[in-house]
Ligand binder design. Structure first.
Ligand code: NAD
Ligand code: MN
Length: 479
C-alpha cells in the first residue's frame, strides 16, 4: 500500500470500485428471468433461455427468457385488454402512476446503475450520473404531460397498443424515452429490449409491479429479434411501432409495415459533425471532444464522430487532444474513476476493428494512446484519425465506437458544406467564442439538434430526433 505522502508524489489513481453485489444478488434471486406479461411473470413458450453477458469479462451474467411469437401474441392481447381501462383513466390519475415509477427509479437508482454497467459495459460514472437520473426525469416530466393532456392537447386520442423496439447502447434510458410518453398519453405497450442488455427493462417490470401499475399497461418480452421483433411488426393489433436502432433494421421495419396502417417512428443512426472555429476556447473543446466521442465508448447515435477543425488551429488542437487521450483511463466499468468502459460485445468490437482497418487501408493516419487495454472482455482504445478525406468510408459510415475522424476547413461556408456532407442528420456541435458565427452556422446545419459550445446534453423537455421532424410532449403517441 502506498502512503498518502507517496500518493501525493505520484498522483496515481487507486481502484475505486462500486460494489457489484447488489446487482449480482438481485440477479441470483430472479433468474432465470421470465417474461413480464399482463402484470405477472411467465415462462417463455419456447422453454428456452439465453444468457446476457458482462462485456467487461465476457462471462455470462444472467439467464433470460427466449420469447417467441406466441409470447408476443399473449403480450399484445394483454395490452389490448388493458387499453380499454388505461385510455379512459383520467390524465391526473395516470400521472400518479408515472410519478410513482419515477420515485421507485430514484429509490433503486444504485441497483439500476450497477445492473446497467454490468450488462452493457458502460461506466458506473455514466449510469449513475446520466442514464438513471434521466430515466427518472423522463417519468416525472411525462407525468406532467399526462396531467396537462386534457387542457393542452384537446381532442387528441391515444393510438392503442404500441410495439416498442430498443437498442443496447442506453438500455434503460431508451426504454424510458419510449414507455414514459406512450403510457402518459393513455397507450399500452409491448416492449422488446435488445438481446445484449435486457436486465434493466426486467428490473423496470418489477417496479411496475411494485407500484401497482394496472396489468397489461406495460409488457416486456425478451428474445431474438427474428421471433419477437418480426411478430411485433406484423401483429394486426399493434397500432404503432416505435423503433430506435440501426438504419438497416429501420428500413426493414418501414418495408414490412408499409400498407398495414401501422404508424411508425424510427430513430436511426448518425455521423454528427463537431465543428471547431479558430477563436474557440481549445481546452473546453478538448473536454467537449471527450464527451462527444468517448462518452459511452462512442456507442452513441448522436456522437460527435467527425471533428472538423479550422485549418490554422488544427495542429495545436490535435496535439492537445492526443495529450488528453493519453490520460484517459479504460477498464472495469464499475470503477468510479474509469473514463472508458467495455464495448457491448465481441460482434460490435469486431465491426469497430474492421472499420478502423478500412480507414488505414484508405490512407488515413491512425493514432492511439501508448497504454494497453485490458485483454479480458471487449475493450477498444480511444482512436483518432487524421488525414481523412471527406469521401472515405470512415468519414461517411457510422462506426459506433470510440473512433474519431478529423478533417480541416478554412471558411464558415466550407465548414457548413463539410458538416452537411452526410446522409444522416441527427445532431451537430459548433464551437466558437463568436456567438453570431456560431448561431449562423448552426442554422445552416442539417441536424435535428445543434449544440453550441457544448455537446451530448439531453433533457426530457427538449425533443430529440433527426432533421425531418423533432417531436416532443408525447405527440408521437397521439392522433
Ligand atoms: P439494431 O437495429 O441491430 O437493433 C435495435 C433493436 O431492433 C434491437 O432490439 C434488435 O433486436 C431489434 N431488431 C433487429 N432486427 C429486427 C427485425 N428484423 N425486426 C424487428 N426488430 C429487430 O441496432 P443496435 O445495434 O441495437 O443499436 C445501434 C444503433 O442504434 C446505431 O445505429 C445507433 O445509431 C442507433 N441508435 C439511434 C438512436 C436515436 O435516437 N436515433 C439512439 C440510440 C441508438
Ligand atoms: Mn449484457
Amino acid at each position: 500500500m502506498a502512503t498518502v505522502a507517496e500518493i501525493f508524489e505520484t498522483l496515481e489513481w487507486g481502484p475505486a470500485p462500486e460494489a457489484a453485489n447488489p446487482g449480482l444478488d438481485w440477479i441470483k434471486e430472479h433468474q432465470p428471468f421470465g417474461l413480464f406479461i399482463d402484470g405477472g411473470w411467465r415462462k417463455p413458450t419456447s422453454g428456452k433461455y439465453f444468457s446476457s453477458e458482462n462485456p467487461s469479462t465476457g462471462k455470462p451474467l444472467a439467464k433470460v427468457a427466449m420469447g417467441n411469437s406466441e409470447d408476443v401474441d399473449a403480450a399484445v392481447a394483454a395490452a389490448k385488454r388493458a387499453f380499454e381501462g388505461w385510455s379512459k383513466t383520467p390524465g391526473h390519475v395516470r400521472a400518479r402512476y408515472l410519478y410513482a415509477i419515477a420515485r421507485q427509479v430514484q429509490k433503486h437508482s444504485r441497483l439500476l446503475a450497477v445492473l446497467e454497467s454490468m450488462d452493457n459495459g458502460k461506466t458506473i460514472r455514466e449510469t449513475r450520473d446520466i442514464d438513471i437520473p434521466l430515466v427518472a426525469r423522463h417519468f416525472y416530466y411525462h407525468a406532467g404531460w399526462a396531467q396537462l393532456m386534457e387542457s393542452e392537447l384537446p381532442g387528441m386520442e391515444p393510438l392503442g397498443v404500441v410495439g416498442q423496439i430498443i437498442p443496447w447502447n442506453f438500455p434503460m434510458l431508451m426504454m424510458a424515452w419510449k414507455i414514459a410518453p406512450a403510457i402518459a398519453m393513455g397507450n399500452t405497450v409491448v416492449l422488446k429490449p435488445a438481446r445484449y442488455t435486457p436486465l434493466t427493462a426486467l428490473a423496470f417490470a418489477e417496479i411496475c409491479e411494485e407500484i401497482g401499475l394496472p396489468p397489461g399497461v406495460v409488457n416486456i418480452v425478451t428474445g431474438e429479434a427474428g421471433a419477437v421483433g418480426d411478430r411485433m411488426l406484423e401483429h394486426p393489433d399493434i397500432a404503432k411501432i416505435a423503433f430506435t436502432g440501426s438504419t438497416d433494421v429501420g428500413r426493414h421495419i418501414r418495408k414490412v409495415t408499409a400498407g398495414s396502417g401501422k404508424r411508425i417512428s424510427l430513430e436511426l443512426g448518425g455521423k454528427s459533425p463537431f465543428i471547431v472555429f479558430d477563436d474557440s476556447d481549445l481546452d473546453s473543446v478538448v473536454e467537449g471532444v471527450v464527451d462527444a466521442i468517448w462518452f459511452n465508448q462512442g456507442q452513441v447515435c448522436c456522437a460527435g464522430s467527425r471533428l472538423l477543425v479550422q485549418e490554422d488551429i488544427a495542429d495545436r488542437l490535435i496535439d492537445k487532444l492526443r495529450a488528453r487521450m493519453e490520460r484517459l483511463r479504460i477498464g472495469d466499468p464499475l470503477d468510479k474513476a474509469v473514463d472508458i468502459g467495455a464495448i457491448v460485445g465481441p460482434v460490435q468490437l469486431a465491426e469497430i476493428k474492421r472499420l478502423v482497418e478500412v480507414g488505414q487501408s484508405e490512407g488515413a493516419t491512425l493514432w492511439q494512446p501508448s497504454w494497453a487495454c485490458p485483454t479480458e472482455g471487449s475493450f477498444y482504445p480511444p482512436t483518432l484519425f487524421t488525414d481523412v478525406s471527406p469521401a472515405s468510408t470512415i468519414a461517411q459510415m457510422e462506426i459506433f465506437g470510440p473512433v474519431l475522424v478529423s478533417m480541416t476547413f478554412r471558411t464558415p461556408a466550407e465548414a457548413v458544406a463539410l458538416g452537411n456532407n452526410t446522409r444522416y442528420g441527427l445532431a451537430a456541435s459548433v464551437w466558437s467564442e463568436n456567438i453570431n458565427l456560431a448561431l449562423d452556422v448552426a442554422s445552416k446545419l442539417k441536424a435535428g439538434t445543434v449544440w453550441i459550445n457544448s455537446t451530448n446534453l439531453f433533457d426530457a423537455d427538449s425533443g430529440f430526433d433527426g432533421v425531418t421532424d423533432v417531436l416532443a410532449f408525447g405527440l408521437p403517441y397521439l392522433s
